[in-house]
Design a protein around this ligand. Structure first.
Ligand code: ZN
Ligand code: ZN
Ligand code: ZN
Length: 182
């Protein structure tokens, strides 16, 4: 394994212990249904899952969350409302919600986070210095997708991994520090 591949493999392992991306790549649903608490519960029930109070609380918290859904934040909030809920139960339920097409994960600088599937179609630009997260639409990234497609017909999924770098402020600060140092 080359050094780059080793670093990438390590990054993936660190980013998310239970990354289900490989199995989900083939089964990612293409339709973008807008889900609400009722039809998500119905979806889980139709898969034969018992809807325990814990699972209901987790689904309710997920459906209440706007934007990025951080597994640790969800676990903390659910445990605040319902002490005794295992963090692993929260993570398992999030994986389940991804399997049924309600959620989709992306790997950011701070680890893996989820989106509602219908909100997941964007590229993350995360700052390696301050952790700030910016978004790029797939339309804005069209030229990049086309460029990659011209390379052996590769169809890139730009939404799955964040592009890391420096945000404008950090890039300027780094430049300024360099100028002082010189
Ligand atoms: Zn992944
Ligand atoms: Zn996002
Ligand atoms: Zn920054």
């Amino acid at each position: 394994m080359g050094e780059d591949a080793a670093i990438l493999a390590e990054t993936i392992a660190v980013a998310e212990d239970s990354c289900t991306c490989k199995s989900l790549l083939d089964s990612r649903p293409m339709e973008s249904t807008v889900h609400d608490f009722g039809n998500v519960m119905e979806l889980l029930r139709s898969r034969g899952l018992r809807m325990t109070p814990q699972r209901r609380a987790i689904v309710a918290e997920v459906m209440r969350t706007q934007g990025h859904i951080s597994p640790t934040t969800i676990a903390r909030k659910v445990q605040g409302e319902m002490p005794g809920v295992n963090a692993s139960t929260v993570y398992r339920t999030l994986t389940l919600l991804e399997e049924v097409g309600v959620l989709q994960h992306s790997h950011l600088e701070t680890g893996a986070e989820y989106h509602r599937s219908e909100e997941a179609q964007h590229i993350h630009l995360t700052c390696a210095r301050c952790g700030r997260d910016d978004e790029l639409s797939l339309i804005e990234a069209n030229a990049l997708s086309d460029l990659i497609a011209r390379h052996h017909g590769f169809a890139a999924d730009l939404t799955h991994f964040a592009i890391t770098g420096l945000c404008e402020q950090c890039a300027e600060a780094t430049l300024a520090a360099g100028a002082i140092g010189a």
